[in-house]
Write a protein that binds this ligand. Sequence first.
Ligand SMILES: [Zn+2]
Length: 634
Amino acid sequence: MSGTDILKQVEASLPSKAEVTESRFEGASVAVFSKNLKFVMEAPEYLREVAKNMKLRVEARADKSLLVTPEEAQEKISRLIGEAGITDIFFDTHRSRVIVEVEKPSLVLGPRGTGYGKVNEIKEKTGWTPVIQRKPPLKSDIITTIRKILTKNSKDRADFLHKVGMRIYAEGKEPKWIRASFLGASREVGRSAVLVQTPESRVLLDCGINVAASGEDAFPVLDTPEFRIDRLDAVVLSHAHLDHCGFVPFLYKYGFEGPVYCSRPTLPLSTLLQLDALEVAQREGKTIPYSSKDIEAAVLHTIATPEEEVTNITPDVRLTLYNAGHMLGSNIVHLHVGEGFYNLVYTGDFKYGPSRLHDPAHNQFLRVEGVIMESTYGGRDNLQVSRADAEDQLLDAVKEVAGKGGKMLIPVLGAGRAQEVMLIIEAAVREGRLPEMPIYVDGIVWDATAIYTTYPEFLHKSIRRAVFSHEANPLLNPIFRRVGGQKEREEMMAKDESCIIMATSGMLTGGPSVFYFSHMATNPNNAVAFVNYQAEGTLGRRVMRQPKDIILSTRNSARAVMPLNAKIYSVQGFSGHSDHKQIMAYLNNMTPRPNNVMVVHGEASKALELATKIRTTMRIHAKAPLLLEAIRLK
Ligand SMILES: [Zn+2]
């Protein structure tokens, strides 16, 4: 059945009083617009049946002739749910939706999102279907900007979503083969990109850059015969780190018009990190082959996808996202191809172990045959110390620096370890295990934290409990101070005070962490604590080896040599990645047991070691594919 037939059948299955004026796809689901408000209110009753029979999500909305003006709607909505603290209202005109940002969504939706009373009342009194969203507890320009882009382009967005639906429900044949081409992250960390093809579909899993590489090695290999941008159906992002999403805007620059699927938090986080990468590159005279316009195009084409819900993304591919435990909104990607023809799990980056921020990665599936798996810490000797030991190491280091009156720099990726380390420090200060001292959180880390606090439902169950019972999110503790700009940074460096500074980039490849480092390196009272992976070729990796002198290349490629006197710590235990043991445990405990493992996203020796270990101990076919290798999965 084609898309047009599906829409016809949905309309035909509704009673005549539905007075449908139009029905349209919104991605994989359908919206029917009705001239009868009473029917819109009663619709869930009818639509449940339709959804069950046709395996399709259908929603009824009011035809635009029934909508009150935005001014009137705003006034009525304020009257109805003002107590929830309305902070912003956006009208998505072409979809008859109004996005209402409130301080306390639970007052409108009920504690578990079940209280539809007020939502229905708004619909009944205004015609508009309300979408209630949480106001970011810390101001987030990115979230506001994204909402504006989506509502300003309401018509384009609606047309795009319809086009996506028509493609998903195009008639296709049952697949006879499936293959995966490795366009990046093969025996290296960075530029993740795997093209999954069937006779019917082409889906790209991640599209990242290698922040540590230069020239064409920094990007996935897209000039290969099997990759054609005009035939690409969809991109699925595992998470927002640039080595997984940093090349997505490039696709739009060169004509991609299809969707990007990812979790709700991944959209603002990836946008934030892409914009930051662009800004850092411009400041440092490097080039990134896309502009902010292309990032905006990516936003307009992104479909935020709920976790653990099956979504059709092409005629023969169904997507389900599961928690990966690596960062906010990070996902294990499950693709179900055909009607039980093949099931592929792509882990992205994942943590199968304890952390303060997230629950461990999901590994229970209905079906799995193939697994594409990361191996950042996959080598046999990559064994992380226990969480408790790692936390002690970090806190001891901070205490030592504080004792000497020095400053402690913690280079972090904007999102992920930064917030994990914030939680460790917050708990230590609260429990009196650390002396009070200023904790500076630099620009983008702060912006990312604002996004973290907007989506508490994606955080560890203990934080969820804290937030939903007494609204106390530890990330909002006032001990954290925001650094807004360069002037403040210079003042901090000039001041004789002991402090902790958390700044990007995490591998000292650019951004404020390099500025701080260049001001702190010569003083033996200062220290640098690395908490995440340092890629070969980065300043971070060189510093970690603790040479006597360090060479810094500055903006105009001039080079400065300075003695490295600051103490260097490398604390491995709270990586967002699984260590060797955790990777093996993840695979060992996976249900059902897969029969083919492809190891990616690890240095050659680690990827190869891990593949060998899987083959020999688990007797599962495993290999570390080369760049541009294509594997027929079935
Ligand atoms: Zn990552």
